[in-house]
Design a protein around this ligand. Sequence first.
Ligand SMILES: *Cc1c(COP(=O)(O)O)cnc(C)c1O
Length: 361
Amino acid sequence: MSRAFNFSAGPAALPAAVLSRVQDEMLEWKGERASVMEVSHRGQAFIDCAAEAERDLRELMGVPDDYAVLFLQGGATTLAALLPLNLAGPDATADYVLTGHWGEKALENAKPSIRTNIAASSKTGGYRSITPPSEWQLTPGAAYVHYTPNETIHGVEFGFIPDTGSTPLVADFSSSLLSQPVDVSRFGVIYGGAQKNLGPAGITIVIVRKDLLGRHGRNLPPIFELVNQASNDSMFNTPPTFSWYVVGLVLKWLKEQGGAVAIGERNARKSELLYASIDGSGGFYRNDVAVDCRSRMNVPFVLPDAALDKPFLKGAEAAGLLGLKGHRALGGMRASIYNAMPIEGVQALVDYMADFKRQNG
Ligand SMILES: *Cc1c(COP(=O)(O)O)cnc(C)c1O
């Protein structure tokens, strides 16, 4: 048996070194004579493990002290619904900038709880570009502006952080967490599921400026109050302990890789290699996203004829390249090349694509 290169969009590849460590510690963790899954989240061993993960995340991302870092259940989708409840009252307005599927979903999850305004949308163009901020119709006095720095399905990524003045920026970083350095102080909230860049499914990371919480004036069930999670180190109820532990190991691995700067440079090289092979294929492979907003994490591409999709995927699997089938909404292929994908994996994909083109072009 041999592990293949896994291009799955999420849950996605984890570093092999992390999985081996999990395997080593599966039966007995940290001298607890039990696995990490079997001990209390209130015990010192887990509290230490949780705190270390938070420290490493803060260090890797340069999170300022006036931000809380939460490790929650529910996924990005639940947070897309909880954040509107936690950031303002029902009569406030929130602006949404839509550049793909996940922005739309965040908007739908906000609508029951707050007035919403679509400040910009590139839907009519098939979500292949980003509306320039100069054209955004922002609401004066909005509670926040929500956007998706990397749209996982459409493969559209912001190469800049929008300037919304004093209006807090709320960003769904699910598919780009810690994929490059980011200035956290520019954001009100950064949130995302771990299952793309940082760990297994089941844990959601929220980095939130503390002064934004607890001021909404709503009568929320205590478990929906993020301020309760913030003041209880994300242990207001049982946290996803196993996922939290694995995220901690991935964060250690990221530090060994050289941190956000090094991982960002590696991710840039990987995506440049793949886009160069698509663009240099004489039109055999095509990615239609505007060049200045192509994603470094998710690279969708189509073949000249959809009838070639099946043979392409079959040959890819035989060559040890998994998870390349595109999202059902778009068809074609998608290569997700998150932090854990080594450049060798991208090189193997590029080599396979060239071979396949020679045989079918
Ligand atoms: C995967 C993804 C989601 C959905 O995350 P869940 O954890 O399934 O709720 C939301 N937003 C983005 C940008 C994603 O990539």
